[in-house]
Design a protein around this ligand. Structure first.
Ligand SMILES: C[S@@+](CC[C@H](N)C(=O)[O-])C[C@H]1O[C@@H](n2cnc3c(N)ncnc32)[C@H](O)[C@@H]1O
Length: 178
């Protein structure tokens, strides 16, 4: 988020066709809940386009990019690598240490699709479970980002939006931004 060290979401293991919707939702969730960028590994250009379109319409800043491989990104990351996995340490036990690390520098948040290669567990500074039950990368990412930012992401301002949703008790209102 603006004024803080960068938070980047790295989505591994995208399977074209099967994972299109899930990978798109990873990008949209990263954007909506305070991350600065999403990196989508593999043939995920359809998801990239959708996330870019939403950012154009509803504002940013947020960047999304398709990349060929994850290995160098994780290995060369000049900050903290957090891998979300049901096998990891409990988020409630490590969130404070991760926030302290984020105060010092950028955080890379890695989420998988199918089986994640073991080297990712090795490279990660933190392997983190959002519960130790199997569920979804979108759910894990949402809870993790909210814990990382302690709710600040809900108050963020959006820049250069074409449209703005006006919150209301009932009904839908979307206004063009001047
Ligand atoms: C459908 S799961 C695949 C799980 C797979 N068995 C594995 O090797 O991790 C896809 C992704 O969701 C995320 N995920 C699922 N459950 C999670 C949990 N309880 N805590 C954190 N992340 C989770 C992980 O990032 C995982 O790579």
């Amino acid at each position: 988020m603006q004024g803080e060290s960068e938070v980047v979401v790295l989505r591994l293991g995208h399977r074209p066709g099967r994972d299109d919707r899930m990978t798109t939702h990873i990008g949209l969730t990263a954007r909506a809940l305070g991350a600065d960028r999403a990196l989508l590994v593999g043939d995920a250009s359809q998801s990239e386009t959708t996330v870019r379109d939403i950012t154009t319409r509803f504002g940013g800043p947020f960047d999304v990019e398709v990349v060929d491989s994850y290995r160098d990104i994780i290995r060369d990351w000049a900050g903290t690598v957090v891998h979300l996995t049901m096998y990891g340490e409990r988020v409630q036990d490590v969130e404070e240490d991760i926030r302290a690390a984020h105060a010092e520098g950028p955080v890379l948040v890695v989420v998988g699709a199918e089986k994640v290669p073991f080297e990712v567990y090795d490279y990660a500074d933190f392997n983190v479970g959002v519960t130790n039950q199997p569920h979804s990368e979108v759910a894990a990412l949402s809870v993790f980002l909210d814990r990382l930012f302690e709710g600040r992401e809900l108050e963020r301002e959006w820049e250069d939006a074409e449209r703005e949703v006006i919150p209301m008790e009932t009904g839908k209102r979307v206004e063009e931004v001047e």
